[in-house]
Design a protein. Structure first.
Length: 738
């Protein structure tokens, strides 16, 4: 017991030191290493004590049953008894075969029972039951495999004094480690994997095992001569136990923030602690600087609605807001708003176009267009989108209102912020849009326009409400979640679009068409006709997908021109969100892909609008994707519904000035990423404030000097931070609720 507990405590101290050094290396300068180390020691103390005691109990039971020298006696026996050594080798081989078959079956079933279903918890429970039911069959299958493996075992000789069974275990472990390293570094992009916590666990286990091996092996005599070693272990355990309540009592500080953002294994322990120490059960905790400002009241937390004038800071933001009208005449949340007025249409000089084609390219960052200056290896990835940008209004600073498809598309179609969309269930990965929402294609359909959609993706099946207003929506060939992420859908979508455009040109029907092309979305597929550099990483494969999908966009644009539709068709191309490639780290995890932050790499998207008769223009005003719907309706000469929050960009496309207006976006929590953020970009596009609601923390960036948002100015530019914080707070508490 003393040996196992002492080894676990020493390993815990060593891992805490390593984690503290790694955390301090990435933390802001105001973080004190001493305070950070004490917090790390306090966090690792409890698991080290628990694991040490558990290991001690197991070791004690083993020693009481077989004797403390059982491993040494077994090793000597295997050296003498060649037949026993062979049987053990055969047993190990049989166990490995059965384990591989079992692992393969579980991997296959996990795709069917867990990955492909919405309720992961139910799928995981079912998978656990299947695994438990399979155990008796695995035990039964082991015996015939063991009998078949015995002739093979005779071919493996001992390695000098090392029995063949021991050599097999060591060699298998080494080969397994090498194979895992090869898969991670060669077949996967290891930078996108959140390995920090797993590495700390592995380091703890290796150190504890190494300490035990040395203490009871080469350094056994030195251990035996150590006076009062049991008392030393007891003192160490007592210190560790005292560190636990001291750590629990810590409040917000630069060190606790560093644990959240920069640590490896400690942030996992912080997360566990916050789940266990959520006193009021509202999903937020005050543990180690957690976001709950009152952990005794479930109705007070960062996700609560602010009730002005009740004397309580309901949402833990900026105190209780006074119950008075907001500047500009808007009533506080909870009071009735006067009926909204129809938004005026822009003064046009040409008749409105008859038709509309909207091209949505999923997951396309704004900075990947050639017209934006991105030309890897000297050539643009997007010559066809570049051509479209040169023929119309190219909005260069467009912000999505959400960083993922299931929140962004409803926001775009309804011209509302994500939290204003009425859905069947808030906390789910693919919320369905309810009929109460007024969507863009419903307005077009009501105007007598033939409305059609073309896609091939599971989202349009999971959330069929997004298809409101379509006379016809072709989503043929859509696969499940895993299948869609590996699908190449454009080659089966675009030919149908081309054929339908030719048919519509002949019938002269007034139409509005939506086309969704998915390719740039991960998992990035490699296309034989798109050259990539030697060993492409995630970013290079992403670029290849963009080049591939641009060719299919070009075919649609060519079909519009070839069928004589260009002079009477409004063409709009956009993306719903961007993609991240490791620039930022959140909760100790480097951010790849999307749906997890509100940095510009996820929010900045292209918006290209070709209006017949309008002059081409590149526009640098900061605008939002929720402006797209009102802009389209305005350009088509249709009234903009009162409940659309966005504004028409039609005047700006005609060269008229546009009043600067702040840009807002939201990250709403979901089972796949349970975090909530809000952000605001100033009307001049110069500064950006991010409010990480789930952490109750803020970040401030100068987008002109620091476009990649790597230098947080919130703690240094205090006057500007306070001003922008008040603006964002007013939007959250007064303007956003409907």
């Amino acid at each position: 017991m003393a040996g196992a507990l002492g080894a676990a405590l020493l390993a815990g101290v060593a891992v805490a030191l390593v984690d503290a050094f790694l955390t301090a290396a990435e933390a802001p300068p105001e973080v004190s290493f001493g305070s950070l180390l004490l917090l790390e020691l306090g966090l690792y103390a409890l698991p080290a004590l628990a694991l040490g005691l558990a290991a001690g109990v197991c070791a004690g039971a083993f020693a009481a049953t077989f004797g403390s020298d059982a491993p040494r006696r077994l090793l000597h026996r295997l050296r003498r008894d060649r037949e026993l050594d062979r049987d053990l080798v055969a047993g190990l081989i049989a166990g490995a075969v059965v384990a591989v078959v079992f692992a393969g079956a579980i991997a296959f079933l996990s795709l069917k029972l867990v990955a492909g279903v919405e309720r992961k918890s139910v799928g995981a429970l079912l998978l656990g039951l299947v695994a438990a039911a399979a155990l008796p069959f695995l035990v039964a299958a082991w015996l015939p495999v063991f009998r078949a493996a015995r002739p093979i075992a005779r071919l493996l000789p001992p390695f000098g004094p090392v029995p063949a069974s021991v050599a097999l275990v060591v060699a298998s472990a080494a080969l397994g480690a090498l194979a895992a390293a090869h898969v991670v570094t060669g077949r996967l992009d290891w930078r996108a994997l959140n390995l920090g916590g797993y590495l700390m666990i592995a380091l703890f286990a290796l150190l504890a095992a190494a300490i035990l091996f040395l203490a009871y092996g080469p350094l056994g005599r030195a251990r035996a001569r150590l006076p009062a070693r049991g008392l030393l272990v007891l003192l160490g355990a007592a210190l560790a136990a005292l560190l636990v309540p001291w750590t629990v009592a810590r409040g917000p500080s630069p060190e606790t923030a560093a644990l959240d953002q920069n640590s490896k294994g400690a942030r996992v322990l912080v997360g566990i602690g916050r789940r266990l120490l959520d006193r009021d059960g509202d999903g937020f905790s005050a543990f180690l600087g957690g976001p709950d400002c009152d952990d005794r009241r479930a109705d007070v937390n960062p996700d609560a609605a602010e009730v002005p004038g009740n004397g309580v800071d309901d949402n833990c933001l900026d105190g209780d807001r006074a119950a008075s009208p907001a500047p500009g005449g808007r009533k506080p949340a909870g009071e009735a708003e006067p009926a909204a007025q129809k938004k005026p249409a822009a003064a046009r000089t040409t008749p409105p176009p008859a038709n509309l084609v909207i091209l949505a390219v999923d997951t396309l960052r704004a900075d990947r267009l050639g017209v934006a200056g991105y030309k890897p290896r000297g050539a643009s990835l997007t010559p066809h989108l570049d051509r479209l940008a040169g023929q119309g209004a190219y909005f260069r600073r467009v912000y999505a209102q959400a960083p993922n498809t299931p929140r962004s598309f409803p926001s775009i179609f309804a011209s509302r912020y994500p939290s204003q969309i009425k859905v069947d269930k808030e906390f789910q990965n693919y919320a369905d849009v309810l009929d109460e929402n007024t969507l863009l294609f419903e307005v077009l359909q009501a105007a007598g326009i033939v409305t059609e959609g073309f896609a091939s993706h599971f989202y349009f099946e999971r959330a069929p409400g997004i298809r409101q207003g379509f006379d016809r929506f072709d989503n043929a060939g859509a696969l499940d979640i895993a299948g869609s992420n590996h699908d190449i859908a454009s080659p089966r979508i675009v030919p149908k679009v081309e054929a339908r455009l030719a048919e519509l040109a002949r019938t002269q029907d007034r139409f509005a068409m939506f086309v969704h092309l998915f390719e740039p979305h991960s998992t990035y597929m490699v296309h034989n006709d798109v050259p990539l550099p030697g060993k492409p990483g995630l970013a290079e494969k992403y670029d290849g997908e963009i080049a591939f999908v641009d060719r299919w966009v070009g075919r649609i644009l060519d079909a519009i021109d070839k069928n004589g539709l260009a002079e009477r068709t409004l063409v709009v191309a956009f993306s719903d969100h961007g993609e991240a490639f490791g620039v930022h780290r959140v909760a100790g995890q480097q951010m790849y892909f999307h749906g997890q932050t509100l940095y510009d790499e996820l929010l900045r998207v292209p918006l290209l609008i070709r209006l017949p008769g309008a002059k081409p223009a590149a526009i640098d005003d900061s605008v939002m994707l929720i402006d797209m719907g009102p802009t389209i309706l305005d350009m088509l000469g249709l009234a903009i519904p009162d409940d659309m929050v966005g504004r028409s960009l039609f005047p700006r496309a005609l060269g008229q000035p546009l009043a600067p207006k702040p840009v807002y976006a939201q990250l709403l929590p979901a089972p796949s990423w349970n975090h909530k953020w809000m952000t605001m970009v100033t009307g001049d596009g110069a500064h950006k404030l991010i409010y990480r609601v789930s952490d109750r923390s803020f970040e401030l960036y100068d987008l002109k000097k620091d476009p990649q948002e790597t230098r947080d100015l919130y703690s240094t530019e205090t006057e500007l931070a306070e001003k922008l914080r008040e603006e964002l707070s007013r939007w959250i508490e007064v303007d956003l609720p409907l």
